[in-house]
Design a binder for this molecule. Structure first.
Ligand code: IPM
Ligand code: MG
Length: 359
């Protein structure tokens, strides 16, 4: 029996438009093949929303988001703002606000390498092979949301790194639950040798750990974690960390999966789930039709699994991506320089191959 779901698509900025189209097409194909009823609406956010309304997250988009069962998001940002830090209204504010408003406090970023991409990474294949990490990045606290200040003379600025016990507790529980259904190892990453917010973080994680004696807990400082991650990625199973450290570590970890263009993420919390690639708007390649649509397609797969409980359908999508890679098809970012039997193609052709393999 099919399910009825309302999905809001927010393509956002830059390559967001190009790649999200394929995430959506994959969802439509799954709906057709498995007799589900997915209805789609669209919303604006980011630079495109500022241009249209002056607001990076218009009320209308937020209203639509609240009414939907899940959201498929693309990317946010524009070079204009990156080059001018004095601009007050910024695209990223839209993304941060929607995360906060929807209570999306847990950001899951699975790092899994498709065997076919072993050679696409800048890290040696023997180090990478078999790596499988699930990041839990806290998403609605930390310096991202702490008080921001600038003195009147504009010469001094600060961002408050702040965590409350309940914020650490709720994400720690989610991470431990996930560790239980995996290899039962959890590494909590902080900077407790220097930061008070990290000492609270560690204290709370140590307490929650007592409820999960079957899971092996390890605490690691962020600087060491950044090093261990590329030295020996296989040592990690579930990694639990705060908003800022998680942002940085997961970009680094994308190299374990071959490319930023491969990584999907799920943000969950109180209600609606929010699914997005971890890559940004990549203005340098926007509009050229060469962006990798696989992260958006894999985000759709996460939505099917996590928000809709459609495990079979989700695995079907992942399988289709795997088959496409096995057939030798690559977008530019994952093309292997060492062998010639790869067919390098653009966004449209790659997306179409995945759809073909879904049917
Ligand atoms: C991410 C992005 C965002 C973040 C930016 C665009 C605000 O880098 O989702 O990782 O820092 O959270
Ligand atoms: Mg980031």
């Amino acid at each position: 029996m099919g399910v009825d779901k309302k999905i809001l698509v927010i393509p956002g900025d830059g390559i967001g438009q190009e790649v999200t189209a394929w995430g959506q097409k994959v969802l439509m194909t799954i709906a057709e093949n498995y007799k589900h009823n997915f209805s789609f609406d669209e919303g604006i956010m980011g630079h495109v929303a500022i241009e249209a309304t002056g607001n990076p997250l218009p009320d209308e988009t937020l209203e639509k988001a609240r009414k939907s069962d899940a959201i498929l998001f693309g990317a946010i940002g524009h070079a204009k703002y990156d080059n001018d830090p004095t601009l007050k209204v910024r695209p990223e504010q839209g993304l941060l606000k929607i995360r906060k408003e929807l209570g999306l406090y847990a950001n899951l970023r699975p790092i899994k390498l498709f065997d076919e991409l072993l050679e696409a990474s800048s890290i040696k294949p023997e180090i990478l092979s078999g790596a499988d990490i699930l990041f839990f990045r806290e998403l609605t606290g930390d310096v991202y949301f702490g008080e921001k200040k600038r003195t009147e003379d504009r010469n001094t600025a600060s961002d408050l790194m702040i965590y409350h016990r309940y914020e650490v507790e709720r994400i720690a529980r989610k991470a431990y639950e996930a560790a239980r259904s995996r290899r039962k190892k959890l590494c909590s990453v902080d900077k407790a040798n220097v930061l008070e917010a990290s000492r609270l973080w560690r204290e709370v994680v140590q307490e929650v750990a007592k409820e999960y004696p079957d899971v092996e807990t390890e605490h690691m400082f962020i600087d060491n974690a950044a090093m261990q991650l590329i030295k020996d990625p296989k040592r990690f199973d579930v990694v639990l960390t705060g908003n800022l450290f998680g942002d940085i570590l997961t970009d680094e970890a994308s190299q374990i999966a071959g490319s930023m263009g491969m990584l999907a993420s799920a943000s969950v919390g109180d209600s609606t789930g929010f699914y997005e690639p971890i890559h940004g708007s990549a203005h340098d390649i926007a509009g050229k039709g060469i962006a990798n649509p696989l992260a958006s397609i894999l985000s759709a797969a996460l939505m099917l699994d996590i928000s809709f409980g459609l495990k079979t359908e989700s695995l079907r999508v992942i399988k289709a991506v795997e088959t496409t890679l096995k057939q030798g098809y690559r977008t530019m970012d994952i093309a292997n320089k060492h062998t010639e039997n790869h067919l390098v193609m653009g966004t449209e052709a790659m997306g179409a191959k995945v759809l073909e393999n879904l049917s």
